[in-house]
Design a protein around this ligand. Structure first.
Ligand code: ATP
Ligand code: MG
Length: 317
């Protein structure tokens, strides 16, 4: 089986238990939950039984060990995650507003995650891997951009494949060099997994169809578009499909895109037919929103099969 690797931030998430705006007054909190988009992604890959590894950095503190223990328990190869005694593990405080929007207080760039590099152990892990997944959130500093671009080179040189989820937060778009980094990664990826308006990030196209055509014209093998409760789409040069979302009660949407992407990439690497892969991915995203906590809604194939046996969402061309 192909081994999947990802690189980037490892955080704890601490959530307000009440809805409202931000953190400018004391609020009740729940957590810490293991988190970080790449960490959620790779934990979902592991839960599907796919060989996988993560490259990152945590502090030698409880938040770091919480994440390491969780990833290790679920089957992620954590040899490429450095434990830096000089830094604190990253964190994100999140509070939902009444309309479902989210306010965050992040500590990522100056946390241990900001010290992620290709250590000797990380290079061993890369040498063993066949596929690299890049998360846009991981491109939070020039150092991380350089590390990820180097990892892409290593994977591509050995004939591996790359998937790219731009997963971009609006406040990140202004970071120096980020647009260039996006362009460079986009040009080298085999599979592109944008959410909603991110479909237009790398094109001048005005309609979804034109954007997809332009993206496929660059040689990317397939585009997978995530649209939350509106469902998801798949497009390759020969095949197009819309997969509606499975009807579920949304408790916490954080992590849906990461679980969806992880499940799609795993199925794709196993050579599964795209319609089948998209259905599994949609089931994985739906199950993720049913659970509170970013990494708490990961699914095994058995759980996805059971879910799909009791929930219906018919795809259309
Ligand atoms: P995030 O980055 O916040 O984790 P995202 O924007 O990358 O999320 P979404 O489009 O929100 O990703 O979710 C990915 C997929 O998960 C959707 O395409 C859909 O299949 C499924 N999904 C998301 N939200 C729901 C929901 N409320 N009900 C059912 N399925 C959902
Ligand atoms: Mg996303």
């Amino acid at each position: 089986m192909k081994k999947v690797v990802t690189i980037g931030e490892i955080l704890v998430e601490i959530m307000a238990t009440t809805r409202g705006t931000g953190f400018r007054e004391p609020v009740a909190l729940v957590g810490p939950f293991p988190s970080g988009a790449p960490a959620i992604f790779i934990d979902q890959v592991a839960t599907l039984g796919q060989p996988c590894a993560m490259i990152g950095c945590v502090g030698n503190d409880d938040f770091g060990h919480l994440n390491l223990d969780r990833l290790r328990r679920d089957g992620v190869d954590v040899r490429g995650i450095a434990v830096d005694p000089e830094a604190a593990t990253g964190s994100a405080f999140v509070r939902y507003r009444t309309d479902g929007a989210r306010d965050f207080v992040f500590n990522i760039k100056h946390s241990a995650s900001g010290r992620t590099t290709l250590t000797e152990a990380a290079r061993v892990v890369l040498a063993e891997s066949d596929h690299l997944h890049v998360m846009g959130t991981a491109l939070f500093s020039p150092a991380l951009v350089a590390t990820i671009l180097e990892a892409i080179q290593v994977i591509k040189r050995k004939g591996g494949t790359v998937s790219f989820d731009p997963n971009v937060r609006p406040e990140m778009l202004g970071l120096p060099g980020l647009r260039d980094a996006f362009g460079t990664i986009f040009a080298q990826c085999d599979l592109f997994l944008p959410s909603g308006p991110e479909l237009f990030l790398m094109t001048g196209a005005k309609t979804s169809d034109a954007a997809v055509a332009e993206i496929l014209g660059t040689g990317i093998q397939a585009v997978v578009i995530k649209n939350g409760a509106e469902g998801a789409g798949f497009a390759s040069p020969t095949f197009k499909l819309h997969q509606p979302a499975f009807p579920v009660q949304e408790v916490d949407p954080t992590g849906a895109g990461d679980c969806f992407g992880a499940t799609f990439v795993t199925c794709w690497l196993r050579g599964m037919e795209p319609g089948h892969a998209l259905a599994y991915a949609a089931a994985s995203g739906a199950r993720a929103v049913e659970r509170q906590g970013p990494m708490e809604g990961v699914s095994s194939f058995a759980a996805l099969d059971a879910f799909m046996a009791t929930h219906r969402a018919e795809p259309s061309r």
